[in-house]
Design a protein around this ligand. Sequence first.
Ligand SMILES: [Mg+2]
Length: 218
Amino acid sequence: MTTAADSILDITHVCVTDRPLVVCDVDDVVLHFTDPFVDFLSAEGYEFLPRSFKLTGNILARESGLEIDAAEVKRLIHAFFEAQETWQLPFEDVARTLEALSADADVVFLTAMPPCYSEQRRRLLDRLGLAFPMIASEEPKGPIMRRLNAERILPTTFIDDMAYNLHSVREHMPDSLLIQLMPDTPLRLMAPKPQDDIVRARDWRHAEELIRGHWQPR
Ligand SMILES: [Mg+2]
């Protein structure tokens, strides 16, 4: 039987070796998302009000003052991804940290972005010195990471800002080190919290310490 996780998603371009695996989300982990998206909305004539941790219902058309509907929110998110090379910037220390980790581990980006914007994202990451393999998929992340890791029994790490992605990986890769990394914005204070055993990294330097600690024999 074919399940959603075994579906048509092609990950054959990602080669993992016999080293530890570090799988990393992109939006609001490697590249800023929320802040530039709010700026993009403003440039397009919209205003974002961080009243709760969601986009639909919190974006107003400036001219009418009315909330826009889910279809219009989706259109704007897609337009932002289309134009991401103009808007998105990396977090501090991310390129240096991933480069250092990649001397000892396989680093892979797993981005929950519509795959049709992969070319823009690939160009942007490459331009920023983040030339690690990337998988773009809106499927649950846990099954994808399990497929990627296959039967290897080396240390694995997953880094994401969203609790539901961290929980998905924990369900399918229970021995992984799970790190939450996210910008400190008012919006984030309203986000669902991950479960207690998921560690929050302050920044990329802290994340590197946690990852290298996970590689030490216990
Ligand atoms: Mg993210």
